[in-house]
Write a protein that binds this ligand. Structure first.
Ligand SMILES: [Fe+2]
Length: 446
C-alpha cells in the first residue's frame, strides 16, 4: 500500500515538475520572478538546510530516524546534481541549527555518522547551534548544551570561513541557548570585516532564528537583536531556520535593508493560519526541503529550492544581483503588488457525499493563483444558521499531493445547505467566494 502511495506521489510530482520546467524556460521562474541568465556560471555552490531534528531515541541499523535518511539523501543529491553541472563542486553544507532534537550525545552521534558516511573531504561542513541543541539541559544549565556541541561538533561555537573568495559567518546562540546577547559584538565585527573585504559581493550569514519581522514565520519565531545589526549591511544574505515554515512560500525570501531567507526543515512543517503561528499542516512530517545556492565571480547569486520527499525542485528560483546597490527584487510590497488573487476555475469540481460513518464530506479542487493558494476558509449554512466553519492550509508544500480538499462537515440533519469556500494567497489576497448548494436527503444519500 505504501509503495502504491509513493508511486502516486512521484507521478504527481513529475507532472508538476514538467509543468514547472516548461514555465521556467522563458526567463522567469514558476512564481513569475526573474531567474538567472542561461550563461550563469557559478564559482561556488553550497547547500543550506536547517531543523533536521535527529531525535529522541537511539536509532538502530534497522530503524533509522527519517531525518537521518533525509540528510544522507540531501548530501548524495548534491554530489549527483553538482557532477552534472559545468561547475561541478559541492563546496559547503551549511546548517542553520537544530541538527538534533535535544542536543543529546547519541543524537549528535547519529548526525555525525550520516556526515561521516556521506560528506566528502572536498565539502566543508558549516554549522551553528539551534535552540534544540540546548533542550536536554535547559532545566538545569543550558550552557551544557554548548559544551556538548563543542565536544561533538567543533571546539569553536562560531565560524567565519572564506571559501572561493566568499565569506561565511555562522553564529551560535549565547550560553543561555535562546539569545545572542553575548555574541552580538563578535557577530557585528565579523560581518563588518567580511563586508569590507568583499567589496560589492555578498556575504553569507547564518544563525538559527530569523531576523524578526522579515521572512515568513519571523514575527513569532524571529530574534530582534540580530535585526538591528543586519540592517547596516545591504549585501548580506542571511539564512535562518527555527520556524520550520516552507521554503517554497514566497514570503520565505525577504529583502529590504538586506536579504534574508528561511530554510524550512528536514523534519516537520509549521505555518501561519489566519495570521497566527502554530499551524501544523496535515502531513506535517512529510517535510524535507533545502536550498542550493550558487554565486558567480561577480557576486550574482542563484537560489533554488529542492524537495527531498519527491526528488524534485520547487518552482521558485531566485536571482539576487547588485545587492550592495540595494537592488531588491523580492521586496514584500513589490511581490504582493505584482500578483493577482486566487481564482476557482469555472469548471471547479465540487461535491458533497456521506462517508461510512454518516458524516457529510465536502470535496473541492483548489483555486489557481500565480503563486498558490496558501489557505482556504469553508463555511456552511443551513438557511441562516451556521453549521460549519473551518480554515486550513493549502497543499503547496506537498508536491506529491493532488490539489484537492476534503472537509468533514460532521453529521448534518436532512435539509438544504449552502457551502461557501474562499481561497487566500500568501499575500492575503482572497478569491471570489465559491458557492455550492446541496441537500441532505437522509444520512447517506444526496
Ligand atoms: Fe527546529
Amino acid at each position: 500500500m505504501q509503495a502504491v502511495k509513493n508511486n502516486a506521489r512521484i507521478l504527481v510530482s513529475k507532472v508538476l515538475s514538467s509543468y514547472y520546467s516548461f514555465i521556467t524556460s522563458f526567463g522567469k521562474s514558476a512564481n513569475g520572478f526573474p531567474k538567472a541568465p542561461d550563461d550563469f556560471m557559478p564559482v561556488i555552490r553550497f547547500a543550506v538546510c536547517s531543523d533536521i531534528h535527529i531525535s529522541g531515541k537511539e536509532s538502530t541499523p534497522d530503524e533509522k530516524h527519517p531525518e537521518e535518511e533525509r540528510l544522507a539523501k540531501l548530501i548524495r543529491f548534491m554530489y549527483d546534481y553538482s557532477s552534472g553541472q559545468k561547475y561541478s563542486s559541492f563546496d559547503a553544507l551549511c546548517i542553520a541549527g537544530d541538527m538534533t532534537d535535544g542536543g543529546r550525545d547519541f543524537e549528535y552521534d547519529a548526525f555525525n555518522k550520516v556526515i561521516k558516511e556521506n560528506l566528502r573531504d572536498e565539502t566543508k561542513l558549516l554549522i551553528c547551534t539551534g535552540n534544540h541543541e540546548y533542550i536536554a539541559y535547559r532545566d538545569h544549565d543550558a550552557s551544557l548544551g554548548a559544551r556538548m556541541f563543542e565536544e561533538k561538533i567543533q571546539p569553536n561555537q562560531d565560524t567565519h570561513e572564506i571559501i572561493n573568495g566568499y565569506h561565511f559567518i555562522l553564529c551560535s546562540y549565547s550560553e543561555d541557548g535562546r539569545t545572542f546577547k553575548s555574541k552580538l559584538p563578535w557577530f557585528d565585527n565579523e560581518i563588518k570585516s567580511a563586508v569590507k573585504e568583499s567589496g560589492k559581493r555578498p556575504v553569507f550569514i547564518f544563525q538559527h532564528p530569523g531576523p524578526q519581522a522579515t521572512i515568513y514565520g519571523s514575527v513569532c519565531w524571529g530574534d530582534r537583536d540580530i535585526t538591528k545589526i543586519f540592517r547596516r549591511y545591504p549585501q548580506m544574505i542571511n539564512f535562518s531556520g527555527h520556524s520550520h515554515y516552507p521554503v517554497n512560500d514566497p514570503r520565505s525570501i525577504w529583502q529590504n535593508k538586506y536579504s534574508a531567507l528561511g530554510c524550512g526543515t528536514l523534519s516537520y512543517y509549521e505555518t501561519d493560519l489566519d495570521g497566527f503561528a502554530g499551524n501544523f499542516p496535515y502531513e506535517t512530517h512529510e517535510a524535507a526541503q533545502f536550498y542550493i545556492v550558487e554565486a558567480d565571480k561577480d557576486g550574482n547569486v542563484r537560489i533554488l529550492s529542492y524537495d527531498l520527499i519527491t526528488d524534485d525542485f520547487f518552482g521558485n528560483e531566485y536571482y539576487l544581483n547588485s545587492l550592495a546597490d540595494k537592488n531588491y527584487t523580492y521586496k514584500f510590497a513589490k511581490m504582493k503588488k505584482s500578483g493577482g488573487k486566487p481564482v476557482f476555475p469555472k469548471d471547479t469540481n465540487i461535491e458533497a457525499h456521506s462517508n461510512e460513518n454518516g458524516d457529510t464530506i465536502l470535496v473541492f479542487t483548489g483555486a489557481k493563483d500565480r503563486l498558490f493558494a496558501e489557505s482556504y476558509k469553508v463555511s456552511v449554512l443551513s438557511g441562516l444558521k451556521p453549521v460549519h466553519s473551518s480554515s486550513f492550509s493549502g497543499k503547496y508544500m506537498y508536491l506529491f499531493e493532488e490539489d484537492r480538499y476534503e472537509v468533514n462537515l460532521g453529521k448534518l440533519k436532512k435539509g438544504n445547505y449552502t457551502a461557501y469556500i474562499k481561497a487566500m494567497n500568501p499575500y492575503a489576497k482572497c478569491s471570489e467566494e465559491l458557492k455550492y448548494k446541496f441537500t441532505v436527503k437522509n444520512i447517506s444519500a444526496y
